[in-house]
Design a protein around this ligand. Sequence first.
Ligand code: AMP
Ligand code: ZN
Length: 664
Amino acid sequence: MNPEEKIKNLRNKLHIYNNSYYNRDESLISDFEFDSLMKKLEELEKKYPQFDDKNSPTVRVGGGVTKQFQSFNHNYPMYSLANTYSKGEIKEWIKRIEKRCGHNIDDFNCELKFDGASINLCYENGKLKRALTRGDGTRGDDVTSNIKTIKNVPLILSGKHPEKFEIRGEVILTIDDFNFLNKKRKEEGIMPFRNPRNTVSGSLKLQDSREVASRKLKCFFYSVVGENSCLYHSELLEKSKQWGFFIPQNMKRVNSINEIFDFIDFWEKKKSELPYDIDGIVIKVNSMKVQNNLGFTAKAPRWAISYKYKAERQSTRLVSVAYQVGRTGAVTPVANFTPINLSGSIVKRASLHNSDQIEKLGLRTGDFVYVEKGGEIIPKIVGIDELRRGSQKNLVKFVENCPDCGSKLQKIKGEAQHYCKNENNCKTQIIGKIQHFVSRKAMNIESFGSERVAMLYNEGLITNIADIYRMEFENLASLDGMAKKSALNLLESIQQSKKQPFQKVLFSLGIRHVGETVALKLANHFRSIENLVNSTNDDLISVEEIGEKIVNSIRVYFSNSENLSIIDKLSKEGLNFKIDEDKSGSNILRDKIIVISGTFEILSRETIKQLVVENGGKLSSVVNSKTKIIIGGQSIGPSKKRKAELLSIPIISENDFLEMINAK
Ligand code: AMP
Ligand code: ZN
């Protein structure tokens, strides 16, 4: 095919898919495929501008307008959002808009991208005047009478609100309400709906508003239009809450690209626990002034971008549930199902997390379950196909005994997990603990992979983490598959690991709920294992981010004599069980609140953060009267700079900082 034909072909296809998706509520291909085709077309059109077409799907925002409802022009067009599946492109987006504005941008609002149907509401004198669907972006359908049935849409506003403005949101249906609706339909012998999103857009165009009211739709609001009394988008949303709008609480105002990535990663893991569907997140420039400066392309605002999760969902038959013991003794149920192809890989099992999830789902073997997998994420069971249930007598019941050592499982009050308490004799736990101890983020013992740990355990060379430091060359080298050189290398990296600082050693012990950050905080606060062991519960609670759950597990850990004896052995081997006060520098930053802004040349942002914490400082991302120092790099955020000047907070360079902590 020549380029012209290719372009025409893509346009044709996209027209068909688009029409089917927008006007008939039927997706012929997945969103991911659709977006990739669209991208391909965009690229080709950019490369061959001679084949330009005003009606290309790339210039259109959505589909056509349904005739039954009266249609109106939008006062402000309802644009699409630029979208991406890659973090690299988010970085590029920020660079692009910074270049366009001529200054650094470090204030963003991260929001969830709710998967429903968008709606634009006009309010005049405190009353809902008109509700328009997005339609083709320029013109939408008047569905006011239907929207009025949605219980969380205010018909009359409260508080001090503008006389006239418009607000946008997403009409959604929770997964529970969706399942309930389908159950009813099934009982009535009507075809069930495919998914919540299609159900919502179909519902908005129902002629009988009573039927709409029975569907329990909700509206989540995410932007106020035609109102410029606020400096920040987030502030405007906050204000509109007082007028009576439902603003979802899971948005986050952030100041750096790393925080944007954290938000993305957080929700990629957590999204299946939400009671409704999202298909990604939206990142918006928070300053209204900068938003206005950036404006719109023909299709989308320049000041926002959406990051979409590569999620694919399919249903498959649950064959059995197995149970796995982790290094902390937590027992995780794992579902085995008929293999399916998800996002390009064959999947046949997924974690069920804990007994609560099994109970909540009312899982039976033979059920058809929905499995979802996105990007690098492990597959998850997100629901049950109510229409294809297994037999009642095959209800899944959580095991009572450890599948490895057979001891009775226990459930700690307030925690969802079941635990095997036989920690010093349960093989899987012991191997898991050793694997954790040697891993990169822990003691970082090179050439000590998971399989090697298991082998050395099975050979009887190590039975706990202290044994690692007592292994001898002769024993190692005599093992099958262990060359002399690898034995030497292994012993060498074991010796090297003795240099790991206290916080790493503490993390390596594998105390339940004591992850990297908690270990760092505990190490900085207590300075030595002795102080930690002898601390009172009140001492522990006073440490930032340490709650009752962590206090309990620390107590349990140190009340086990075997653990104490292992620590004693490790300490005799020369591992660091206290902070090296010489190396950790002074406590010069103790309790000082420090903000990092801009880009740096000598150190990475991560290293600076670590150094701040190691020297007793506290990190924050907002500048206020509590801020003591700002470590500023190149192109430090202008709003931060202004605030610093206003509050007379010193801005120091990375060199100054290194000097300050005596690291130079
Ligand atoms: P798209 O349909 O992928 O072009 O994305 C634009 C649509 O995302 C909007 O019309 C809204 O329906 C939807 N959306 C969901 N959540 C948000 C949000 N937090 N901010 C903006 N748009 C959102
Ligand atoms: Zn066990």
